[in-house]
Design a binder for this molecule. Sequence first.
Ligand SMILES: Cc1cc2nc3c(=O)[nH]c(=O)nc-3n(C[C@H](O)[C@H](O)[C@H](O)COP(=O)(O)OP(=O)(O)OC[C@H]3O[C@@H](n4cnc5c(N)ncnc54)[C@H](O)[C@@H]3O)c2cc1C
Length: 421
Amino acid sequence: MSAGTVIVGAGQAGAQLATSLRENGYPDGIALIGDEPHTPYHRPPLSKEYMAGGIAGTELPIRTAEYYQGQDIWLRTGAAVSSIDRGATCIVLATGERMPYEHLVLATGSRNRRLSFDDSEPANVHYLRTRDDAARLRSALTDARNVLIVGAGFIGLEFASVAVGRGARVTVVEMADRVMGRAVSTEISAHFTDRHTATGVKVLCSTSIDEFVRSDDGLVTALRIHGQLHDADLVLVGIGVIPNAELAQDAGLTVDNGIVVDSSLATTDPSIFAIGDCASHPRPESSGRVRVESVQNAADQARFLARQLCAATEELNGGYKDVPWFWSHQAGDKLQIAGLSQPGDQSLILGDPATGRFSVCRLRDDQLVAIESINSPGDHLASRKLLASGLPLDEAQLSAPGFSLRTALSAATLTAAPTSR
Ligand SMILES: Cc1cc2nc3c(=O)[nH]c(=O)nc-3n(C[C@H](O)[C@H](O)[C@H](O)COP(=O)(O)OP(=O)(O)OC[C@H]3O[C@@H](n4cnc5c(N)ncnc54)[C@H](O)[C@@H]3O)c2cc1C
C-alpha cells in the first residue's frame, strides 16, 4: 500500500491541499501535520473582523475537525516536524516518531520577522501571525490607550484601523517613505495615508525608532522618535515575514528566499513539493521567481498540486500560473489587487479618486501587469479575468476615452469565444 501524501503545515495551503486531494478522488492516505494547537483556520480575520470583535475564535476554523475525520484525513495538531529523512522517504516528528511518505508537501508558511532586544522581549510588544497571537493582542487592546505600530504594511495598517476604532491613540512608524511601499503604487499609498490620517491615525513615514523606553519591569512605556517621546502601552510590530524553509534547507533542498520549486511546484527532489508562503515559484510573466504571501496563492497552489497528484496531467499545461490576487480592509476602504506589480511600474488611474472608488493600472514595458482597486469589486473581478485572458493592454488603450475594465473584459471574452458557423 502507498505511504500516501504527508503534508507538513496545517495552515491555509495544507488544509486546502488535503481537501482538494479528496475532492479529486485521491485514494491513498493523507496526513496533515501542524505544530499549532488548532484545526486549520483563516488568518485574514485575525487583523480584521476577529480583532475588531466582530467574530469569535470559534468562527475562525476553515473546516471542523469532524470534516477531516469524515474525509479520512489524518489531522495531527500540536505536532512539529523536525526533519526529513530523504533516504528513507520519511519525516521525523519532534517526538522522534517517523512517518513514511510517497509524496511530501511542505506547506510550512512563514513567521514574523522580529525586533531584537538586548534582554528579554517586553510583554507589551506584540506580533500577529497566529490565532494565539491574535487572542493576546485583542485582549491587550481592550485597555490600551496609546498604540504604537512599527511597520506600515498590511497587518500594521489593518490593526491601526481596528485600534483607532476602539478609541486608542494610534501612531504608525514606517522606515520607508510611504505606506505599503513594497506592495502598492504611490497613488494607493497616498490614498491610504490620507484615509488613515482622516480617521485619527498618525502616520510617520521615513522614520526610524531611536529607542524603546522601558519601565523597571521591562515593559515598553514610550518610543523615542526623532528625539521626541511617544507614549506607548501597546506596541505591534509588523515588519514582514521570513519563509519557514529550514526543514527543506536541512534536507539539502534548494532554498533562496523560500523553498525553490519548479512550475509543477516540485522541489529539487521530485517527491517533495512546496506550496504557499514558504515556496518560491517561477512566474511565466516575469523573468524571475516570486514568493507570494496570500490566501489565493496558498489555495490555488494547493488545488493545482492536488490535481497533479491525482494525475489529471492534462490540466497542468504550462505549470502553475494562476493570476495572483489579494485584498485588505483598512480605514473603511476595501483594497483589492490583481496581478503582481513592482515598485518601478508605471501607474494609470481609472475613475476619480475623489469619489472613493477607483483603480490604478500598473504597466511595465507599456503592458498592463496589475490593477489595484479601491471599493470597486466589479473592477477587481474584471481585472482578474482580464489578466488571466492574457489580452495585452497598453497605455493608449487604457487611457482611451470611455475605456472600462468591464467592457475590455467583454471584448476579450468575445475575441476568445469560438466562432459559430
Ligand atoms: C493577520 C494576517 C492577516 C492576513 N490577511 C490577509 C488578507 O487579507 N488577504 C490575503 O490574501 N492574505 C492575508 N494574509 C496572508 C495569508 O494568511 C497567508 O498568505 C496564508 O496563510 C499562507 O498560507 P500557508 O498555508 O502558506 O501558511 P500558513 O497559513 O502560515 O500555515 C503554515 C502552517 O505550518 C505550520 N508549520 C511550520 N513549520 C512547521 C513544522 N516544522 N511542523 C509542523 N507545522 C509547521 C505553521 O505553524 C502554520 O500553522 C494574512 C496573514 C495574517 C497573519
